[in-house]
Design a protein around this ligand. Structure first.
Ligand code: ADP
Length: 257
């Protein structure tokens, strides 16, 4: 197994003096190239689990390995994409995509070539001289994706990356990241609380529940890409997810309001 999460728990001490069990006995194995969505309501430990695998936090108990090596700190082989894009405002689109490649110490000509390739992949060739403030939210997130992919990472961590986007842009970005994951076969861990997003993107959906944060179940999504959000098979898996999350009819209605 490529990533092994072996009985991992995480306690946080809060200001009040109480401690919170953000994650309780998580067990999960992930294969190379899999697209995994961590899905569940707010507070169920999705971000905690992502941060533990990415090495930003240390487990209180249990062990995480990537490619056989215990995760002890963030690795330059992995990248994280956040909701707020994390772009440098004083750099152009091209400058932002080049950043990671510069940090890898590649020669200038190669840096430029690779950056151009990924700017094209995300459809921003005409905007490479623009600065982030001149771009829409969706375009800024595409720059962040191009920058992340350009360094050819082993694992991409995405924490609600489309959470700040409007519904239309969000669906477009879901299409793009789904296409990219198919083309580039990257291992992706993606946090979301959006059921449709998880069914659209994931090879497997890891369903989490809160108090304490636990992995409740894992649902396979054996649908070919590019997925049709209105197809009966898509809707059947979505219903299964609703059931696993123990959403009653009333909750389902609220989810859509
Ligand atoms: P999710 O991403 O599913 O919303 P989180 O992993 O952010 O859940 O949080 C899980 C629980 O751990 C929550 O109760 C949250 O308040 C708590 N928690 C998360 N991070 C910290 C922290 N740094 N300090 C204290 N408590 C935290």
């Amino acid at each position: 197994m490529y990533i092994e999460i072996d009985n991992v728990s995480k306690m946080y001490n809060q200001h009040s003096g109480n401690s919170v069990k953000a994650l309780d006995g998580a067990k999960l194995n992930i294969e190379k190239g899999e697209f995994i969505c961590l899905l569940g309501p707010s507070g169920c430990g999705k971000t905690t689990l992502l941060n533990l695998i990415a090495g930003f936090e240390k487990p209180s108990a249990g062990r995480i390995t990537i490619n056989g090596e215990e995760v002890k700190k963030p690795s330059i082989k992995n990248v994280t994409i956040f909701q707020n894009y994390g772009l440098l405002p004083w750099r152009t689109v091209q400058g932002n995509v080049e950043l990671g490649l510069e940090l890898l110490g590649l020669e200038r000509k190669r840096v430029k070539e690779i950056a151009m390739e990924y700017i094209e992949l995300v459809g921003l060739s005409d905007f490479r001289k623009h600065h982030p403030y001149q771009l829409s939210g969706g375009m800024q997130q595409r720059v962040a994706i191009a920058r992340a992919l350009a360094v050819d990472p082993d694992v991409i961590f995405m924490d609600e990356p489309f959470g700040a986007l409007d519904a239309m842009t969000r669906m477009k970005m879901q299409d793009e990241i789904s296409n990219i994951s198919e083309q580039k076969k990257k291992t992706i861990l993606f946090v979301t609380h959006d059921i449709d997003e998880s069914v659209f993107l994931a090879d497997r959906i890891v369903i989490m529940t809160p108090y304490p944060g636990r992995i409740k179940s894992i649902i396979n999504v054996p649908l070919a890409r590019k997925r049709d959000r209105t197809h009966a098979d898509f809707l059947a898996i979505r219903d299964k997810v609703f059931m696993e999350l123990e959403m009653k009819e009333k909750d389902k209605l609220e989810y859509y309001l």
